[in-house]
Design a protein around this ligand. Structure first.
Ligand SMILES: [Zn+2]
Length: 90
């Protein structure tokens, strides 16, 4: 069981550089795939210098990514990262 993003090499908090949305999306997708989810992404949107994108698996699990997360936020989060997909699709 891997519950911590740092074990997947996805711990990015505290780093000085801001990750590109496309990089975050690849990492989120890889983490979700580990849990057998297939993520369908919504259109990204921006708010100031921050960019957001959300996605969801057909099982209902979701994933959210945000560039330049606030100190109390994480750049990659959601139930698709935290829980296994209940529907095996492959
Ligand atoms: Zn799923």
């Amino acid at each position: 069981m891997v519950n911590c993003l740092c074990k997947l090499g996805l711990e990015t908090k505290g780093k000085e550089f801001a990750m590109e949305l496309s990089t975050l999306r690849k990492m989120a997708e890889a983490a979700a795939k580990e849990r057998r989810h297939t993520i369908l992404w919504d259109k990204p949107f921006a708010e100031g210098i921050r960019q957001y994108q959300t996605g969801a698996c057909h099982c209902g699990a979701e994933v959210q990514i945000v560039t330049r997360p606030m100190p109390n936020e994480i750049d990659i989060g959601g139930s698709a990262i935290a829980m296994n997909c209940p529907v095996r699709t492959w």
